[in-house]
Design a protein. Structure first.
Length: 344
């Protein structure tokens, strides 16, 4: 009986040792996934960026007087071209004429007091009070002069006329944008184009940089613009920044509101260009990524897509460096931290 117990215990021990050895054997570990890889090296490319945009007037103003009143005369019609300083419209000037009469009388009184002050016949305080009254009236006259006869602040084209002669301007909204105006003036030569450019190109955009602009309505025509303003901030939602391009309007072919394509040459840069198939897309997102070989372990790296060259793609990431081993085959089966075997 004792012998049987000893034999049973030895048999159980041997089974446990065998099971432990099997569990720790290489065959029980997750098998390495076979992949192929290439060594990353930077390639020199001519960097150009392409965007779409809408043509905008270089300047646009809604011309309106500072206070409501009757419109005496509008000198322009929609579509008229005007030069800087041209008269646009005249408001009722009854109040202005009254102020001018007051100013003329005050000027005479001030001149008399000036003479009396020199002889000591009036006090300085009395003269100062009259001088203050004169200055205030003069300021009101100058203000009324400017705000009853409106002139063009720049050369352009009248794109809107909202009243007729004799109507009352009340200050209520008249334009499509909800602003009040008697007429709208646009500067259409030059024009401008605002482009939302990806933040990765921020250091490369410089003032004065050339931009080639084409419009679908003019086949073969290329218009040349120049960067004149770069936004000092990045939009956190779109990861882009606004660049304003000044666009000379050759022969007045371009019109505000037109759809255009903008191309900019950023010069030669060194970057990573890889087979397009190596770049994967995370399902349900716009996140792109690749895998690299990190000492036999698959490491996922998120990238930004740059320019495409046939079946090659430019990829941009601060986490990639020359000499990294990029997985080119078998990457679609990988998860981050998977064990891999690189096949030659």
């Amino acid at each position: 009986m004792i012998s049987g117990l000893i034999l049973s215990a030895c048999s159980s021990k041997n089974k446990n040792e065998a099971a432990s050895a099997l569990a720790n054997s290489p065959a029980s570990e997750k098998a390495a996934i076979p992949v192929k890889a290439i060594t990353l090296t930077k390639t020199k490319i001519a960097r150009t960026i392409d965007y779409t945009a809408t043509v905008l007037p270089y300047e646009e103003v809604n011309m309106a007087p500072s206070t409501p009143g009757r419109i005496d005369k509008i000198y322009v019609e929609t579509g008229d071209r005007v030069n800087k300083g041209d008269q646009l419209f005249l408001m009722d000037r009854t109040q202005l004429y009254q102020l001018k009469l007051q100013l003329a009388n005050l000027e005479k009184d001030l001149s008399r007091l000036d003479t009396l002050l020199a002889t000591g016949s009036v006090k300085q305080q009395q003269y100062d009070q009259m001088k203050t009254q004169y200055d205030v009236t003069k300021t009101n006259v100058d203000f009324m002069e400017v705000n009853t006869l409106l002139i063009a602040p720049f050369s352009g084209i009248i794109t809107g006329k909202y009243f007729e002669d004799g109507e009352i301007y009340s200050g209520t909204p008249t334009t499509q944008s909800g602003r009040s105006a008697v007429v709208t003036l646009m500067q259409v030569n030059p024009l401008k184009v605002n482009v939302a450019i990806s933040e990765q190109y921020y250091p490369l955009i410089k003032r004065g940089m050339k931009a080639d602009i084409t419009a679908d309505v003019y086949d073969g025509e290329v218009f040349t613009g120049r960067v004149f303003m770069k936004s000092p901030t990045i939009n956190s939602a779109t990861r882009s920044f606004i660049t304003e391009i000044e666009l000379p309007n050759r022969n007045d072919l371009l019109k505000p509101g037109m759809f255009v394509r903008v191309s900019m040459d950023l010069g030669e840069v060194e970057t990573f260009v890889v087979p397009a198939a190596t770049v994967l897309l995370q399902e349900g997102t716009n996140i792109r990524y690749v895998f690299i070989d990190d000492q036999g372990i698959a490491k996922r790296i998120e990238v930004i897509i740059g320019k495409r060259f046939d079946d090659q793609l430019e990829i941009i990431s601060d986490n990639l460096k020359e000499g990294d081993r990029l997985i080119t085959e078998g990457q679609s089966r990988l998860l981050s931290e998977d064990k891999i075997e690189v096949l030659e």
